[in-house]
Design a protein around this ligand. Structure first.
Ligand code: DGJ
Length: 728
């Protein structure tokens, strides 16, 4: 619900349990008043502190800059006296900077508009406020859009900029959201990482000054994540306040917190202004990506559940949104580039016997690609490896009762390729500078329509040539030199964002032409695991690191924001190819179960006992996938924090069923049992757990004892079932 209190010039946006309040000071200046637990009143303009010195400019015109320096601007502008990090700035053709966006009008309507060319949350069960701001001097207009969902406690924000003036303007910075909170010992929580070590939860004191995370790699990246949360000191899974922001975008970003001289923190998120400059002709429009805002008064767990719900019901789309995903086997770690039809069919045959439902052929099936140094761009089947081509292979796999899927990396070009020979200029590069290689490959300039059309045309032809029901869309290097051969000099700053728009457009075309295709995004593992990509693919390969112990941490960080159904998780070979660690087949299976389940190994080389375990693991997946897909997730313990054990559970929406996962990461001497308190059950329910009955309140507040197990990385799944509801 969205209310406008005309008398006090206050807008109040309500979700079921939160309120977000904006005021217009002096009839001109949009200020942030409040975000938090739902309030009933709108008379809160006093919180903008305009009664205090230096007051609003109409009262004290000589202190306008001081006003900007302490007023909680809802969308601060650069170059006119805002020193805490503006959200937007421009440069004119004469080189002048500066903006003063003030309130012009507003619109409130039901539902939510699509964002032009960009991924975004969707739905009708929501209301939108558009605050229209204008800069008198330049004629620039900014439309701040806020959507308050009625069925989930999330607010989304985005910004559309229109050049209403008569001169061309260069947009040098345009963030998507800004939030102010009075500082109370907040910590900043972010998700840094690295290739194969993605999304580790990090907390640090907000302190004074700036704390930022960013990417200028052209992808959201392994190293940082387009997410930031301010959490109250000592915040846990169940207690404390959280203000979180997540950007629905997969390219360059910055998330920033700034604690100022008056003990207030401003948090912002948006496209990174480095390597960004967008030219707006008169009447030109720029749409900035959407940011998701979540507030929790019950710790990180509640924040997580809000994100999961929002992304499951208002971001992920399409045929596979609510469908059980097939259990797949991918040949990457089984064969790397060394495979042929015969080898793949031998894997498929045994996989089918074990109950696996789809074979995914990874990198190496096209051009003359026998290693990672060639053929990207030559999307033609290597008939030496695959005689009879994709059709023969797909038909044979189908005959075994399995689906068939392929790997592609459409954004790339190898120097050693026919495509590069024909079109060396299609690779992103800067004139007279030799482009830097990464994994011996270059990036295609997808911002050029002829390049995008050619690559998409190849993709479409391949997918139409056989019964291909799944695509793993990979992306294995960052963007470095990004000049565009056809754009004029003053539009080169648009390249990074144009690239992202082109990728989104290509994935949109793919889904339109192949609506039943299961698309799994991947970026050297989890380098582009973000809400932007989730809008196109309901699942994303979470990390190239499939070691079960490392995966616990990677999946914990990923699950902090993203639903389990979105997280590609596979059982792989042992010793693990990346870490060399040995973990039992059973534990590897249990860890992979809390994602979109699959295998990444040479099944033909497994011992009969392990093949039998595959059948059992698949039976488990079939039994519990509905919980993993739709259940409510609770993090009970983290081995990243306690260094000993991990524990989490998923509970069905109606609280009649749950599954607890416990992993003893390190065995300890002289440790007996450990007490675990469950979450999310009915207090007055009688539940069955390991053959015994317990009341829900007992399980949640008193807990159960988990016997110690012998050895490191021992895991246990504990199903919980409601027997009956009992009278209070
Ligand atoms: C990186 C991916 O993350 C891997 O799973 C695999 O597909 C390779 N690329 C193939 O080159």
């Amino acid at each position: 619900m969205i209310q406008y209190d005309k008398k006090h010039e206050v807008f109040k946006l309500d979700t079921p349990n939160t309120s977000y309040i904006i005021g217009i000071a002096d009839g001109k200046y949009p200020g942030h008043i409040y975000y938090g637990k739902r309030l009933s009143d709108t008379d809160l303009a006093y919180l903008m502190r305009t009664g205090e010195h230096p007051a609003v400019p109409s009262v004290l015109p000589r202190e306008k800059v001081s006003f900007y320096d302490c007023f909680p601007m809802e969308y601060p502008c650069g170059g006119t006296g805002y020193f805490r990090g503006e959200c937007v700035n421009i440069r004119t053709a004469e080189g002048q900077e500066g903006l003063e966006l003030t309130y012009a009008t507003h619109r409130i309507y039901e539902g939510k508009k699509k964002l032009d060319g960009l991924p975004a949350t969707w739905g009708q069960d929501c209301d939108t406020l558009e605050l229209v701001l204008e800069d008198e001097v330049s004629g620039l207009q900014a439309v701040l859009s806020y959507t308050a969902f009625r069925d989930v406690d999330a607010i989304t924000r985005s910004v559309r900029i229109l050049n209403g003036g008569e001169q061309e303007i260069y947009l040098t910075k345009v963030f998507s959201a800004c939030l102010h909170v009075d500082r109370e010992d907040f910590e900043v929580l972010t998700l840094p990482g690295s290739w194969a070590r993605e999304r580790r939860i990090q907390r640090r004191n907000a302190g004074y000054g700036v704390t930022a995370v960013e990417s200028v790699r052209g992808i959201s990246g392994h190293q940082e994540h387009p997410f930031m949360a301010l959490v109250s000191g000592g915040c846990t899974q169940t207690r404390g306040e959280v203000y979180a922001m997540n950007l629905v975008y997969s390219g360059n970003f910055i998330a920033r917190s700034m604690a100022d001289q008056f003990d207030r923190i401003q948090m912002t998120i948006g496209i990174h202004p480095e390597r960004f400059c967008w030219k707006l002709e008169p009447q030109g429009v720029f749409q900035a990506p959407e940011a998701v805002l979540v507030y929790s008064d019950e710790g990180l767990g509640k924040m997580t559940r809000i994100f999961h719900r929002l992304y499951r019901t208002h971001l992920i789309r399409g045929f596979w949104k609510d469908r059980e995903r097939p259990v797949l086997i991918n040949n990457w770690e089984a064969t790397y580039f060394d495979f042929n039809t015969e080898k793949l069919l031998s894997i498929a045959k045994e996989a089918a016997e074990a109950g696996i439902e789809m074979l995914v052929m990874d990198d190496g099936w096209f051009g003359h690609r026998d290693s990672d140094n060639s053929s990207l761009g030559d999307w033609f089947v290597n008939e030496e490896k695959l005689p009879g081509g994709l059709k023969y292979l797909a038909d044979e796999v189908n005959r075994l009762g399995m689906k068939f899927g392929i790997w592609v990396e459409p954004e790339m070009i190898s120097e050693d390729s026919r495509l590069y020979e024909a079109h060396p200029d299609w690779a992103l590069q800067v004139k007279s500078r030799r482009p830097g290689q990464c994994r011996e490959q270059l990036v295609l300039d997808l911002g050029r329509p002829e390049v995008a059309d050619f690559i998409y045309g190849r993709l479409k032809e391949i997918l139409s040539s056989a019964n291909i029901e799944y695509v793993k869309w990979d992306m294995n290097r960052p963007l470095a030199e990004v000049e565009n051969a056809v754009l004029p000099a003053d539009r080169q700053g648009e390249m990074m964002h144009r690239y992202m728009l082109a990728v989104y457009q290509m994935q949109e075309r793919l889904l339109k032409d192949f609506p039943k295709l299961l698309l799994e995004n991947c970026c050297s593992g989890g380098g582009r695991f973000d809400p932007g990509m989730l809008y196109y693919s309901p699942q994303i390969w979470c990390s190239d690191d499939t070691d079960a112990l490392e995966r616990l941490a990677i999946q914990e960080g990923t699950q902090l924001l993203y639903p389990l159904s979105a997280i590609g998780a596979h059982v792989s070979d042992c010793p693990n190819h990346i870490t060399g660690r040995r973990v039992s087949f059973e534990t590897r299976g249990i860890v992979a179960l809390s994602g979109t389940f699959g295998y990444e190994l040479d099944i033909t080389k497994l011992a009969p006992e392990e093949k039998k375990q595959i059948r059992e693991q698949i039976a488990l997946y079939k039994k519990y996938h509905h919980l993993m897909r739709n259940g409510t997730y609770y993090r009970i313990a983290s081995w990243q924090e306690n260094h000993l054990y991990d524990c989490y559970m998923v509970v069905s929406e109606d609280q009649t069923e749950a599954l607890l996962t416990y992993v003893q990461v390190l065995a300890e001497a002289n440790r007996r049992s450990r007490r675990i308190r469950l979450q999310g059950l009915l207090e007055h329910g009688l539940y069955e757990l390991e053959g015994k009955t317990y009341r829900g309140d007992t399980l949640m507040y008193a807990g159960i004892l988990i016997e110690r197990m012998k050895g490191d990385m021992q895991a246990k799944l504990i199903p919980v079932k409601l027997l009956e509801r009992v009278e209070e």
